[in-house]
Ligand binder design. Structure first.
Ligand SMILES: *Cc1c(COP(=O)(O)O)cnc(C)c1O
Length: 439
């Protein structure tokens, strides 16, 4: 079994995380519960930041908060000196509620509304990542109405898509995001942006994919962008202060995944950008990156209680848990794979292969297929690893299942940072068909 961060087996032969016995955590906070290993989040954040600092390259490491947004998480990002990506008014609101330094907030999204842009300008976010021509127009008009300037990055699609172990070169990028670099849209957008007095165009942004295990895609993207930058320098006298290469750094969910260290991504990105800037005789830009999953993914573990079994003779053992696609939709959404152990007896030898079912009314609500486990009984504790990214943030109330709480553990202490939803919470926004007649 592969343990992440501070996870280990303690003297009681229980799984322990952050110095806390998971059996005790389940008793205290109930199940399901998301448990985050705070020390591991800090280690991941430092892993990205340190290399920039050591190599003396101006940078921002922005946490893509869509991976897991909550007030405590954003405060932790602030403690670790990260910047923050938000993609909606709601994520911005959360960041503001956490009192995150607004100048380090970057606002993303392919369809920001007028209200969202007004909100961003009102609070003075550090930069707005402009995604398309419509938004460019809308932003100009919002700035004009408010008589406010703003900093922007232009999001481009460089014609490279990275997926896990391979990258795809696409001539004409068919994507809902960004200005195409190859067909002239990016250049047209840049011309508009730099001729707009309301907008200060800090630089260029791209994000090539997710769960990437190689540096090749980032390097190719940088090459494609610099080819254009060198032209724009000559023709438009434009040189960017910032090059943002996005996120997507891969993590280990199962032993099929072989992630590389943050330091290696950063080193190779820096050395490539230095080389490119040198060869085109351009100033070295600040490098910004936007890890989401790789900051929080492997720090999160979900604890479930096991329940019903269903044995289909000669076919499969189903073992159901007290959560499912309501707290982790990734397996149902894109066949995501996970590893798990019985947290109350992680050292016991596997005796059978079971498939972990959720409790939602969908046949597709399966969390793990074919997991080797000791013979599990009702009320065993199942720990599913690596649920820290896109778990809670995609959680939902399907079947009116309340969302689980989030607990941060560090140095033998546990802190509840998101409460469990109650049944009352579930009906909080509901209104009756008819007002009761008062008499
Ligand atoms: C989703 C996203 C990220 C983070 O992606 P991860 O795979 O979680 O690292 C970063 N930047 C942008 C623009 C994104 O859309």
């Amino acid at each position: 079994m592969f343990f992440h961060g501070t996870a280990r087996v303690n003297g009681q032969s229980h799984l322990e995380i952050g110095g806390m016995d998971t059996v005790e955590l389940a008793k205290q906070f109930g199940t399901p519960v998301y448990v985050y290993d705070v020390a591991l989040i800090r280690e991941r954040a430092r892993g990205f930041r340190q290399t920039f600092e050591e190599l003396g390259v101006k940078s921002q490491v922005a946490y893509a908060s869509k991976a897991f947004s909550s007030i405590a998480m954003i405060q932790l990002a602030e403690e670790e000196g990260l910047s923050l990506d938000v993609v909606s008014g709601g994520e911005l609101y959360t960041a503001l509620a956490a009192e995150f330094p607004v100048e380090r907030i970057h606002f993303h999204g392919n369809n920001k509304s007028r209200e969202e842009l007004e909100m961003a300008l009102h609070y003075g976010v550090g930069c707005i990542v402009v995604d398309n021509f419509d938004e460019l127009e809308l932003l100009k008009s919002v700035c004009e109405n408010k008589n406010t300037k703003t900093k922007i990055l232009l999001r481009v699609t460089p014609g490279i898509e990275a997926h896990t172990h391979d990258y795809i070169l696409t001539g004409q990028e068919d994507s809902k995001f960004g200005f195409d670099l190859q067909n002239g849209q990016a250049e047209a957008a840049l011309k508009q942006a730099i001729s707009t007095p309301w907008l200060e165009t800090l630089g260029i942004h791209c994000h090539i994919g997710s769960q990437i295990f190689e540096t090749t895609g980032f390097i190719l993207a940088a090459e494609k962008i610099f080819e254009k930058l060198s032209i724009w320098k000559k023709e438009l006298a434009y040189e960017p202060a910032v090059l943002n290469l996005g996120g997507g750094f891969g993590i280990r969910y199962t032993d099929e995944d072989a992630p590389i260290a943050a330091s290696k991504y950063v080193e190779e990105i820096i050395s490539e950008v230095k080389k490119l800037a040198g060869s085109y005789q351009m100033e070295m830009p600040e490098i910004w990156i936007e890890p989401g999953r790789s900051l929080v993914g492997d720090a999160g573990t979900t604890l479930y209680k096991t329940g019903s079994r269903k044995d289909v003779p000669n076919v499969r053992h189903y073992l159901a848990v007290d959560g499912g696609m309501s707290d982790n939709i990734r397996p149902a959404l894109y066949q995501a794979k996970y590893e798990a152990v019985l947290a109350n007896r992680p050292l016991e030898k596997a005796e059978e292969t079971v498939s972990i079912a959720g409790k939602c009314c969908e046949s597709g609500d399966m969390l793990i297929w074919d997991l080797p486990l000791p013979k599990a009984e009702r009320e065993d504790l199942l720990a599913v690893f690596c649920t820290g990214a896109y778990g809670y943030s995609m959680a939902n109330n399907y079947n009116r299942i309340p969302r689980p709480p989030v607990v941060f553990v560090e140095n033998g202490e546990a802190r509840l940072v998101v409460k469990r939803e109650s049944f009352e919470d579930l009906i909080r926004l509901d209104l009756p068909l008819q007002e009761k007649i008062k008499n």
